[in-house]
Design a protein around this ligand. Sequence first.
Ligand SMILES: Nc1ncnc2c1ncn2[C@@H]1O[C@H](COP(=O)(O)OP(=O)(O)OP(=O)(O)O)[C@@H](O)[C@H]1O
Ligand SMILES: [Mg+2]
Length: 274
Amino acid sequence: MDFRPTPSQGGKPLVSIVDVRKTYVMGHAPSGGGLFRRRGPSQTVTVHALRGVSVDFHPGEYVAIMGASGSGKSTMLNLLGCLDRPSSGQYFLGDRDVSRLDDDELSEVRSRYLGFIFQSYNLIQQYTVLENIQLPLTYQGGGELSPEAVERSVELAKMVGLAERLDHRPTQLSGGQQQRVAIARSLINDPYIILADEATGNLDTKTSHEIMDMLQRLNDSGKTIIMVTHEDDIAEHAKRIIRMRDGQIIEDGPSPRMLAAAAAAEESAAAVEA
Ligand SMILES: Nc1ncnc2c1ncn2[C@@H]1O[C@H](COP(=O)(O)OP(=O)(O)OP(=O)(O)O)[C@@H](O)[C@H]1O
Ligand SMILES: [Mg+2]
């Protein structure tokens, strides 16, 4: 697959989703005289998780997606992460429409270009810290890891402060340490985008701030980050905040932190002029 979006593609978005809808149809017509028969022959429930969402993300952005429970945040992140396909609409990664790729192609896009951090860490319990960090490489196939790949995984373990824990298993680590393994894992392929769904949802306040500081440094170094959170103080780290309600984007703009920085810059420019 020849998808290579780079910042050199000018002002073009890294990711663009166009009028995306996601509908879940659940249930089926009951057969025979079951308990629920009297509720009628068609027992399907249709959930409109996304109702026509269009949005662009550019290289280097740091975006928080907020909204009430059930508003479609995870659905949107899963589509962005190629973990799922839209029911209709288009999803461009660089110039390429990935909304119609088959499962194998989607998993290739995922393992090459995207990094994931989940609320529940999603580490493999039988694997060591190092093996968990290397996991996306082993999904790519190719047998033995190269010495460079092993070195890179050790470097990432160091970067997240787990150099002394390479052979430990997830059960021997705190929640914050497990999430740091997940961050290192998300970086092993040098992804274009890091997608985080409630990454600090299981962590205490202090540990949450450590994880957010780590994401901040990654964004400072140029990584594009899109995260879902329902906590204002977590969203405050982002540069842009998107708010969702009932499967739609209802607000999209700079975060208070960016607005304050812009106001301060304007004020100091005015002071220089005066
Ligand atoms: N696999 C699924 N099958 C059926 N319905 C689903 C599925 N996944 C999500 N939904 C429904 O789609 C809607 C949006 O769900 P989603 O998980 O995106 O919400 P969310 O904003 O992430 O909520 P939360 O803050 O609780 O995580 C909800 O009504 C949910 O019940
Ligand atoms: Mg969710």
